[in-house]
Write a protein that binds this ligand. Structure first.
Ligand SMILES: Cc1cc2nc3c(=O)[nH]c(=O)nc-3n(C[C@H](O)[C@H](O)[C@H](O)COP(=O)(O)O)c2cc1C
Length: 344
């Protein structure tokens, strides 16, 4: 569906009643390092008022020994927003969970799905799926330290452990520690031999295993992640899953979030990409720039906004070239958008 079609009304996928779907995790935007920073999340919020947004993974070490305030900063419009943590030390994670609560996050999520070598050296991320008891200890400590929902993002398994019982036992251990919500990236992580990017494409997706998890743990909230790219697929998954988590599809084609918002919640806003941009500039970009943000850091998340529309390539080129200039302000965004046909 292109933006013009989206404005005409809900697609066939909208439930007949048009009733908003219940549940806190129906639509989630995945944590993505270097992508879902605060500028990006505030942008996604304009497109999807009901989505739950996740920060990039922040390691416990960075949070406790680095620029804590900067790492925890977010815009009030981002609610509901979850802080994703990476770590494997219960004490450190507990302190981070408390910081998340103090700072006003709505959820704290533990990353048990990242396969990058750097993360493995730190003994956290996906390799922790091999240590369910350790993970359970971390989760219990985090729960003890704060009143926020503590959730887990994991894979189906890791190489050598590619079967349902492995996933079941891992999730069971976390559930015993009191975790009730799991976002499952529906492929295993290969801990050797694949780059992080390959680890998001090469191991095959298996939604059936996630579905079985939901069937066998009906009291848990199970959020499906991985490879979701179109609205029909999302609506199909929500027939059995408590929620979906979309990553690359939403980042590369942000307007899809507005389509999902319409299909899942019946929200008729915003009117189109131009209206999104206007609102984002007024509500977020202008104040952020006045606060010292650089236009390039903001504009890079907007490159895909007009995808599929005439002039999209010129928009991307204009932003890429002009937003880097010293002192560039929102006039660069406005000038680029004004060159697009729909602006008339
Ligand atoms: C650039 C990039 C960075 C990512 N960083 C994280 C991260 O910090 N934490 C995490 O749990 N997953 C991370 N992921 C994985 C995504 O959250 C998601 O599980 C994965 O991309 C599959 O979903 P998708 O097919 O909808 O993109 C990252 C993915 C990408 C593309």
């Amino acid at each position: 569906m292109n933006p013009a079609e989206a404005r005409q009304g809900p697609p066939a996928a909208l439930p007949a009643s048009g009733a908003p779907r219940a549940g806190t995790h129906v639509l989630c935007v995945a944590p993505m390092m270097a992508w879902t920073d605060r500028h990006c999340r505030a942008f996604h919020r304009v497109l999807a008022p009901h989505a739950r947004l996740y920060t990039e993974m922040v390691t416990a070490d960075a949070l406790l020994h680095g620029p804590t305030a900067r790492l925890l900063a977010f815009d009030p419009s981002e609610h509901p927003v979850a802080l994703q943590l990476g770590g494997s030390e219960p004490g450190a994670l507990a302190r981070c969970a408390r910081l998340a609560e103090e700072r006003g996050f709505d959820e704290v999520n533990l990353n048990v799905g990242c396969p990058s070598p750097r993360v493995q050296r730190g003994a956290f991320g996906a390799c922790l799926m091999l240590e369910p008891r350790r993970v359970a200890g971390c989760l219990a400590a985090m729960r003890e330290a704060c009143a926020l929902p503590v959730t887990v993002k994991c894979r189906l398994g890791v190489d050598g452990h590619d079967d349902y019982p492995f996933l079941r036992d891992f999730v069971g251990a976390c559930a015993d520690a009191g975790v009730a919500t799991f976002a499952v990236h529906a492929r295993i992580a290969a801990l050797t031999g694949l780059s992080p990017a390959q680890n998001r494409t090469v191991p095959p997706l298996d939604y059936g295993r996630v579905r079985r998890l939901k069937q066998e743990f009906p009291h848990l909230a199970v959020v499906l992640n991985g490879g979701l790219r179109d609205t029909a697929c999302v609506v199909g998954a929500l027939a059995w899953a408590d929620g979906v988590m979309v990553g690359r599809g939403a980042y590369r084609n942000p307007w899809w979030l507005a389509e999902l918002e319409l299909a899942l919640f019946g929200t008729h806003l915003p009117a189109g990409p131009h209206a999104v941009l206007e609102r984002y500039i007024a509500d977020y970009a202008e104040p952020a720039l006045a606060d010292g943000a650089r236009l390039h850091d903001i504009a890079r998340h907007l490159l895909g906004l007009f995808n599929g529309m005439p002039g999209a390539r010129a928009w991307r080129r204009h932003l890429s070239e002009e937003a880097r200039r010293r002192g560039a302000g929102v006039e660069v965004l406005e000038a680029a958008a004004n060159r697009l046909p729909e602006a008339a």
